[in-house]
Write a protein that binds this ligand. Structure first.
Ligand code: SF4
Ligand code: SF4
Length: 354
């Protein structure tokens, strides 16, 4: 994936415009959980959600434009609009595109699971914040959520066997807090025994008062750093891909909500961010953005323009120009950890290949 993105970027920077590589679709901001560190659920508003037909039109248009990778996630919990998400995934899969669904895992009923396995969903990322109900349910603010996830994962594995499929690849997304940093070893074993192939650890962004109480102290950050070599060994032993190396620099935890400082340090010869050249987000209210963290309403709305008009239009162009000038946006301080790691990965490929 990153090699293809780097190739596209190389073409862009030589003046050959490219379509988005990735389309992220957030169908809703509503959610059935109450995670302590989540800011999204605070903005949930059903009345502003755009119609199913518009989302379907966008997915078709994106496929025709050449988008390769579709990513259905929150906002809130995408399976709140379950039948819509099923249809959108089916459209993208009909065009033979790579599709990833990110979910909190609690609304995966048997019918949905059967359908997702049958239509060859490529990746399913489930947010799990601890290897036990006690830790996970506390952080996710909802009793019973861990057990519901375990039941769903068992069903997914069952139907993969029944239909003879090796998809969807199962991934755990874990938000790192002071309640789970010392349980990553058990998490790796849990992932192995439950048929996951990857654990993706995400530094927590502080957007709620509760999140402040979940931050790792300096001492805990150092303790976590000491655990990393053992965690790397364990991940190798259990054949679980895990981004443990990203945490040797503890600043990624300490400065998780001051990423602008890290971004400035890291960037010399390249734009500080590559997202606007390969990523387009379409959000629940129809707004679009070339950055996953841009505030809603900053760019044009998909209800009144085509994806093509927006992607090659003036507002996205201006955004890219500003990045070339090295001027960060106020929201870059809360750039999600994954985006930060992905930008670094792309930069490495660009520096060594082009
Ligand atoms: S599951 Fe996701 S959207 Fe829902 S409350 Fe938790 S973090 Fe927020
Ligand atoms: S928040 Fe800033 S650094 Fe992060 S993806 Fe958006 S523009 Fe790029």
């Amino acid at each position: 994936m990153f090699n293809e993105i780097a190739n596209n970027l190389n073409l862009w920077f030589r003046g050959l415009k490219q379509p988005p590589y990735e389309l992220e679709v957030r169908v809703t901001n509503r959610c059935n959980l109450n995670c302590l560190f989540c800011g999204n659920r605070l903005y949930a508003d059903k009345s502003s959600e755009i119609d199913d037909l518009i989302f379907k039109r966008v997915i078709r248009e994106a496929c025709e434009m050449g988008v390769k990778y579709f990513h259905f996630c929150g906002g809130g919990e995408p399976l709140i609009r379950k039948s819509l998400v099923n249809s959108l995934i089916a459209i993208a899969k009909n065009y033979n595109r790579y599709v990833k669904l990110i979910t909190n895992g609690t609304l995966l009923d048997e019918k949905t699971i059967k359908n997702l396995v049958k239509i060859n969903l490529d990746e399913l990322t489930i947010s799990i914040d601890g290897p036990t109900a006690k830790v996970h349910d506390y952080l996710r603010g909802t009793k019973g959520s861990f057990n519901r996830i375990c039941q769903s994962v068992n069903r997914i594995n069952y139907y993969k066997k029944v239909y003879g499929k090796n998809k969807p690849k199962l991934i755990i997304a874990l938000v790192l807090t002071n309640k789970n940093f010392d349980k990553i070893d058990t998490m790796i074993k849990f992932a192995h025994y439950k048929g996951f192939s990857e654990v993706c650890i995400q530094p927590m962004i502080i957007v709620t008062p509760e999140a402040n109480l979940l931050k790792l102290s300096q001492v805990q950050q150092e303790e976590f750093k000491k655990m990393l070599p053992n965690l790397e060994r364990l991940a190798r032993k259990y054949k679980i891909k895990c981004n443990i190396q990203d945490f040797y620099n503890v600043q990624i935890i300490e400065k998780s909500s001051q990423k602008d400082e890290l971004i400035k340090k890291e960037n010399k010869n390249f734009p500080f961010c590559f997202y606007p050249w390969f990523y387009c987000g379409v959000f629940a209210d129809g707004t679009t953005a070339p950055c996953p963290d841009a505030p809603s309403g900053f760019f044009e709305n998909i209800q009144t323009k085509t994806l093509k008009e927006i992607w090659y239009g003036e507002k996205f162009k201006k955004f890219r120009k500003r990045i070339f000038k090295g001027q960060l946006f106020t929201w870059c301080k809360n750039c999600c950890g994954n985006k930060f790691f992905e930008n670094q990965e792309i930069k490495k490929i660009l520096s060594s290949n082009f």
